[in-house]
Design a protein around this ligand. Structure first.
Ligand SMILES: [Zn+2]
Ligand SMILES: [Zn+2]
Length: 270
């Protein structure tokens, strides 16, 4: 169904003022066009003299009718546009004030419902966070300290998830990964604690390996030369070596690259 002009698209109520104006404009236009056409027609048939003194066959009337025929629709449609533009983008999509108000009320209610749902969700989350604070010793302590730095705020879901992730990474031995997450929320001390675990892991690992390697070197009766990267002084790794003695160069004091040394010993053992 094509939309009608100058009626409310919601309830169908006519815009009487605009419809009356349209009617008057139509009648006036028809009237002027009629006069204009009749004048042209009678002029062409050259019958001026017979009907002189009436609206017909009068030059002034012809002029006025031409003006009227063009001006009335132009001015009229402008005026109509002005009337309808208050109620809609064009004459076929106008909404009466009553329907406009109703629509606004519906939108308002919708907004209120959304707001309520949001508040309920926030409350639910706040309670959940409080639960974590009470029952989860590690995360709870971090959240409490975060709250003291951000008064009145609640940690985001993402943050609590990240904390769990950091905890799992620490369990898995990915200390650096855990530390990076903790730093994101400015838990500097906790990040530092986790990162130290990383150092311990490396030291432990290499210590064990180096002791084992020296054992192997000893049983195989090998003597492996190792050159200091810094001063070029050579040492020999053999059955008499102690892992403490393999930490730094006794000539220049530079710390040996343990990884590098491990590789050289392993190669000799193959
Ligand atoms: Zn309406
Ligand atoms: Zn050296």
């Amino acid at each position: 169904m094509a939309a009608k002009s100058y009626v409310c698209v919601k309830c169908g109520k006519p815009f009487l003022g605009a419809q009356a104006a349209m009617f008057v404009i139509g009648i006036l236009s028809l009237f002027f066009w009629g006069i204009f056409l009749i004048n042209i027609f009678t002029g062409l048939t050259d019958s001026y003299s017979q009907i002189e003194g009436t609206l017909i066959a009068n030059e002034d009337v012809l002029l006025v009718s031409i003006m009227g025929a063009f001006l009335v629709p132009a001015v009229g449609s402008g005026a109509l546009k002005g009337m309808s533009s208050k109620h809609g983008p064009n004459s076929r999509s106008m909404v009466c004030p009553k329907c406009k108000e109703a629509a606004a009320n519906v939108a308002k209610e919708e907004q209120a419902k959304l707001q309520q749902a949001k508040e309920a969700k926030t409350w639910e989350w706040t309670t959940k966070v409080e639960d974590v604070e009470k029952n989860d010793v590690w995360a709870g302590k971090l959240i409490s300290s975060w709250k003291s730095v951000n008064p009145g705020k609640v940690p985001s879901e993402a943050m609590v998830q990240d904390l769990n992730m950091a905890r799992n990474l620490e369990k898995a031995g990915n200390y650096e990964g855990a530390a990076v997450i903790l730093e994101r929320y400015q838990f500097w001390e906790e990040a530092g604690r986790v990162r130290k675990l990383d150092d311990q892991k490396i030291i432990k690992h290499i210590t064990v390996d180096m002791n084992e390697l020296i054992d192997h070197v000893s049983t195989k009766g090998l003597a492996i030369p190792y050159k200091c990267r810094s001063c070029g002084a050579s040492i020999t790794i053999d059955k008499n070596s102690r892992k403490e003695g393999l930490k730094s160069c006794s000539y220049c004091g530079t710390m040996y690259n343990i990884e590098d040394m491990t590789k050289i010993i392993q190669r000799a053992l193959e």
